[in-house]
Unconditional design. Sequence first.
Length: 94
Amino acid sequence: MAKLKSYFRFEDALIPNTIAWSYILAAYIIGFYVIMSDALIYNLAGTVLLAHSMVLSAYFVHECTHDSLFKKNRHNRLFGEIFLWIAGASYSDY
């Protein structure tokens, strides 16, 4: 775990970022699954969940663009590219 902490710009960033990334990924997958339901209430809930995960992903793209998440530029670039896909900007160049 100490090795993982060394990748981040700030020493205490591992746990909060891991929680946020887990939420983004889970909300993205569950949101897509739920919007395929026949019930309107599930469609609405899935849309909100999906939109929330995409907005949070865009915030992480912003942080990676400023190289403020990881110490090394290549790590920020890699995660920035991943979050661009989740945010719906897959054709955009990082």
